[in-house]
Design a protein around this ligand. Structure first.
Ligand code: PAP
Length: 308
């Protein structure tokens, strides 16, 4: 269970039970195109932000339009860049979704670990962007988010319970976890196959947004022109997709794109290092030990270090 939500161990990862059928359907039926772009992440590591950025970078010719006509103003980032297992194959269970009519590049997202992606994603030339986040803030974000989940509404959290969940998290028992396998799977692929997988860090995007946007656009084969770089295009994209801006948009303030939670739940503080205000020294020590294991297995972050 993850805060009221049953999970099943499937192909070595913890799958929320209500998504199992759609996960299998996605694995069985999805056929990647060479031009597809896939955003991959474990929940709460920057998915919504990257969805907004990717959609805006790809459709940046729209930036010259009146600002209120931009799709992000009326459509949630999660509808603009749908999750394959959470949205596309979930709503159409039993039927084949017609993905052929979507114009290219098709932009999708997934929370699945690399090892469980459908073969056609791995064998085609489609591109994968992976975003990870420091494990402390990721836990705090997960904790806050799931307590607002429909299925968790009767749970009264306390410190003992939070400690129990830190332990679960560090043992790999979290939606789409273990975290270690998730990060390492995409990390290794990004090292072996850098044309295929671009590995990004939430903290890096916060610290050096312009450099990251340039890297993203280059990776996608649509680099910013000299005129765009010298003008306001990159700055405008960063501004449009900022947490402050998205949080204020009516479409994100109200309503439910997913039946399980309100859109506004996806926009909280977005602060790097906010974990210090929520975790006890024991919890910090435990998560730090997990991070050290991830580092030992070959991943090293450019933007944060182990605390001890
Ligand atoms: P998901 O995987 O369920 O879609 P995801 O978007 O990855 O969730 O995570 C939400 C986190 O990203 C929240 O972090 P917090 O709990 O620490 O505050 C949310 O605030 C943050 N977030 C959402 N949009 C943005 C954005 N535009 N810029 C930076 N952070 C953002």
């Amino acid at each position: 269970m993850w805060l009221g939500d049953p999970m099943r161990l499937y192909q070595g990862f913890w799958c929320l039970s209500f998504l199992l059928e759609s996960v299998v359907s996605f694995q069985t039926h999805f056929k990647a195109h060479d031009t597809d772009i896939l955003l991959a992440s474990i929940p709460k590591t920057g998915t919504t932000w990257l969805k907004s950025l990717l959609h805006t970078i790809i459709n940046r010719q729209n930036l010259s339009k009146n600002c209120s006509q931009l799709p992000l103003h009326t459509i949630t980032p999660h509808e603009l860049v749908p999750h394959l297992e959470v949205t596309i194959y979930k709503t159409i269970i039993g039927n084949q979704p017609d993905l052929a009519t979507i114009s290219s590049p098709r932009l999708f997202a997934t929370h699945m670990p690399y090892s469980s992606l459908p073969t056609s994603i791995k064998t085609s030339k489609c591109k994968i962007i992976y975003v990870c986040r420091n494990p402390f803030d990721t836990f705090v974000s997960l904790w806050h988010f799931y307590l607002q989940f429909e299925m968790s509404k009767d749970i009264k959290p306390n410190m003992d319970m939070m400690e129990e969940y830190v332990e679960k998290y560090c043992m790999g028992i979290l939606p789409f976890g273990p975290l270690e396998d998730h990060v390492l799977g995409y990390w290794k692929e990004s090292i072996e196959n850098p044309q295929k997988v671009l590995f990004l860090e939430y903290e890096g995007l916060k610290k050096e947004p312009k450099a990251h946007l340039k890297k993203l656009a280059e990776f996608l084969g649509i680099p910013f022109s000299k005129a765009e770089e010298e003008g306001n295009v990159i700055k405008d994209i960063i501004e449009l997709c900022s947490l402050k801006n998205l949080k204020e948009m009516e479409v994100n303030k109200s309503g439910k794109f997913y039946p399980w939670f309100e859109n506004k739940t996806l926009f909280r503080s977005g602060k790097v290092g906010d974990w210090i205000n929520h975790l006890t020294p024991t919890m910090i020590k435990r998560i730090d030990a997990m991070q050290k294991e991830i580092n030992k297995a070959g991943f090293s972050s450019t933007y944060y270090e182990s605390n001890n």
